[in-house]
Structures are given as structure tokens and as C-alpha cells.
Design a protein around this ligand. Structure first.
Ligand SMILES: C[S@@+](CC[C@H](N)C(=O)[O-])C[C@H]1O[C@@H](n2cnc3c(N)ncnc32)[C@H](O)[C@@H]1O
Length: 400
């Protein structure tokens, strides 16, 4: 049955251009996905099967694929693993770290273990430098003091050695309620302590010191379970505001999911992992919530028109947009606003809407499961005209 969003789409787009829930809506593909995808969690990430099928359907080997809001790099990992050239960017340091770790991993499990060994040795020398009194209380409350001391030393060693892959793996085991993680019982995606659900008196083992090295070894093994066989093409990951994204040429496809009208707060919801990246929270990424619609419109317009001229004739802009519901009370506004941007912005009028897909986000991928917020997403596939249309009112006669 169709939800309100779908009906809205039916009213505005020819019925035969809409396909509902293609193969990516099926059950989780976690058991067959590249295991690098699971290096660490990220809110609002793209469905792997969706990224893969979009990549295979709309791009070819050797093509240049761009994602200016790459998040944890789902789309660009699929692109790089399938022989596409990749330029990715995000303004969130955690997103950039994860994407770099996925695109530039060690060449093998053995190589990763050698790096772990060297980093571990270095971290032991840094152990005595750790002064927990300097660590903010909100961070300390997640860990046994000895686990925290070792974790901080390990983090410092990763940074000193410039080992982004190991730091990403470390952030992947930072917090959860399961035994393979470093924190006291807490949630995995957004950091909340679960001490009421698992009281200390009833679950004393969950509050004991945890061994960092064995958890890192297990994490690395998991990450290499289904590795990328070989990267054959160039990869670049930039820490950049998408509005300043480099003006590239010969782009075959921009495949991205922009922030959903500030439905998610990428600093607050990643705060513990962000703090471990540089021992503070990044400034200047706070979301202004004054006028979410016009901010979303302005961001989209600026980024898409910046990249549009570098897209090859016949190339694509593929946008995965979440349907904003929280606060606005009007579901499905995001894809509507997106379509309006493409209709009104002159630099985007050479793009035709070729296809729309509508997809329900399963609870398991949502950061707050049972409450309001983004429950479905829409995939808008815009294709650039193969030849330049004549400008309106232009004449073939030379100007005087
Ligand atoms: C919906 S998420 C993208 C998720 C991504 N497709 C993935 O699979 O993880 C939107 C991303 O946009 C980033 N972002 C928000 N505003 C940005 C801006 N002005 N410039 C660059 N990145 C931005 C956020 O940090 C977030 O990672």
C-alpha cells in the first residue's frame, strides 16, 4: 500500500516513471556486503544494496563518481570497489575518517595486524601520560578508568602514527552494550549509557575493565572478513564544506544523500567518537534550525549547481533524500523541495528527472527507532541532456 509520500509522487510524476521498492528494499545484505562497510556506525547512512545497485546501473568502470556529502562513505566504497574513480567529501571529521579508512585500508589482514602490533607497542609508552582528571566527565562516565586510560593511549598512538584505519576500527569498538566493545553498557549508534537497563549491581561484569588489544584484534578480523579484492582507480577524500567542493570536470555521476533538512545532528549524535578524534568537539558545524526548508534549498542549490557544469552530457545527479517529518508535520517535503530546486535553478534545467524510487527505512537503520523523524527516503535520478538545449529566445543569427 502507498503512503502519503508515494501518493504525492503519483500526483506529480508520470506513473510509469515510478518504481516502488526495487531490489534494495529486501532484507539486510550485511552477511554478503563488503565487511569494510561495518567498520563503525554512522547515522543516516545509505543502504549498501541501494548504493551498489545505483552504482552498477548508472555508472561504468573507470567513470568518475562524486559524493559531496559522503558520510561514512557507503556510496564511494561501492564505487571504488567496482573500479570507479572517486572524489568524496564531508565537513564532519568522523565521516572523513571513516571514508578514508574504507578507501585506503591496509593491503591484507597480516599488514593490518603488523600495524596494530606497532601501534600497541607505542601506546604502552604513552600510557603513563594519560591524566584522567583532564578528561571531561561526560566522556569518563562511559568507561572503566583503566579501560579509558588504555584507550586514550591507543588513540594517541594511532594519531602519532597517522593510522586512520586503526583509529576508525578503534572508534568502531568504542561504545555498545556487547562484550566486544570498550564502554560500559551503552547504545552503539548514538552514545547513551544503558545503566538503567543494565544496573551495576545486577550486571557487575559489564562494568569491569575491558581489554583493548583483544577487542581491536577481533575488530580487524571482522573488517577483513570480506575485503575489497583490489582498488584499481584513483580515490580522494576531502574534508570540505560541500559548498566549497572543487569544481571537477568529466564527472559521470554525483551520487549522494544530502542532510535531510536538519533531521539529524551529526555532531551531537557522533559526539563520543568525535571527541576521541581530536579530544574536543568540532566547532562551526552546529545546525541552525531557524528555517530548515530554505537552508536545505540553498545548500542543495549551491552544491548541485557548483557540480553541474562538470558533469558529462548524459551523466547523472542521483539524490537520496530522507522525507523530513519531525516538527514540520508535513511528510515528504524534502523530495518536493528538491524537485522545485531542479525546476527553478537555471544551471540545473539541463537535467531531466528520469526516475524516482521511494523506499521505507527499516527501524534498524534509524537512529531513534520508534519516534518521529525520517521514516522513508526517495531516490531522485536526474540525467543531464546529451546535447546542450538552445537557450530560450536565442537566435542562430550572429549578434551584432
Ligand atoms: C545523509 S548524511 C550522508 C550519509 C552517507 N550517504 C552515508 O552513507 O553515510 C549527510 C552528510 O552530510 C554532511 N554534511 C552536512 N552539511 C554539510 C556541508 N555543508 N558540507 C559537507 N557535508 C555536510 C553530514 O556530515 C553527513 O555526513
Amino acid at each position: 500500500m502507498f503512503d502519503a509520500t508515494t501518493i504525492d509522487i503519483f500526483n506529480t510524476v508520470a506513473k510509469d516513471s515510478l518504481r516502488l521498492s526495487p531490489n534494495w528494499s529486501a532484507a539486510s545484505t550485511k552477511a554478503t556486503d563488503l565487511s569494510l562497510h561495518q567498520i563503525a556506525p554512522y547515522i543516516g547512512r545509505m543502504k549498501t544494496s541501494m548504493a551498489k545497485s545505483l552504482m552498477l546501473e548508472y555508472t561504468n568502470a573507470g567513470d568518475l563518481v562524486v559524493d559531496p556529502f559522503c558520510g561514512c562513505g557507503v556510496a564511494v566504497l561501492e564505487a571504488a570497489a567496482n573500479g570507479r574513480r572517486v572524489v568524496a567529501g564531508d565537513w564532519n571529521p568522523y565521516a572523513v575518517l571513516l571514508t578514508k579508512a574504507k578507501l585506503f585500508p591496509p593491503s591484507s589482514l597480516d599488514a593490518a595486524n603488523r600495524r596494530l602490533q606497532a601501534t600497541w607497542v607505542m601506546s604502552q609508552r604513552l600510557h603513563s601520560d594519560q591524566d584522567l582528571r583532564k578528561i571531561p566527565t561526560w566522556v569518563r562516565q562511559f568507561f572503566h578508568p583503566e579501560t579509558l586510560r588504555t584507550a586514550l593511549a591507543f588513540r594517541d598512538a594511532c594519531v602519532a602514527r597517522g593510522d586512520i584505519f586503526l583509529l576508525a576500527c578503534f572508534l568502531g569498538v568504542l561504545h555498545h552494550q556487547r562484550p566486544g566493545f570498550l564502554s560500559y553498557p551503552s547504545s552503539h549508534l548514538v552514545p547513551y549509557l544503558r545503566d538503567r537497563r543494565f544496573p551495576r549491581e545486577q550486571y557487575p561484569e559489564m562494568y569491569k575493565e575491558r581489554d583493548v588489544l583483544s577487542r581491536m584484534q577481533a575488530k580487524i578480523r571482522r573488517t577483513f572478513k570480506r575485503p575489497v579484492t583490489r582498488y584499481t582507480e584513483s580515490r580522494r577524500v576531502l574534508h570540505v564544506d560541500a559548498r566549497e567542493f572543487p569544481r571537477l570536470r568529466q564527472i559521470s555521476a554525483v551520487i549522494t544523500s544530502p542532510p535531510y533538512m536538519n533531521e539529524l545532528d551529526y555532531v551531537r549524535d557522533n559526539r563520543l567518537r568525535l571527541w576521541f578524534i581530536d579530544r574536543s568537539l568540532p566547532q562551526g558545524l552546529e545546525l541552525k534550525r531557524r528555517d530548515r526548508e530554505s537552508e536545505y534549498r540553498a545548500l542543495l542549490m549551491s552544491v548541485c549547481s557548483r557540480l553541474a557544469s562538470g558533469i558529462k552530457p548524459g551523466g547523472y545527479i542521483i539524490l537520496v533524500v530522507g522525507d523530513a517529518t519531525r516538527g514540520s508535520g508535513r511528510p515528504g517535503r524534502t523530495d518536493f523541495i528538491t524537485r522545485k530546486v531542479f525546476e527553478s535553478e537555471p544551471t540545473l534545467q539541463v537535467f531531466g528527472l528520469e526516475q524516482i524510487y521511494s523506499d521505507i527505512i527499516p527501524n534498524i537503520r534509524r537512529s531513534r527507532r520508534e519516534c518521529t523523524g525520517t521514516k522513508s527516503e526517495t531516490v531522485l535520478i536526474y540525467k543531464k541532456a546529451s546535447t546542450k538545449p538552445k537557450a530560450h529566445g536565442s537566435s542562430s543569427a550572429p549578434r551584432k
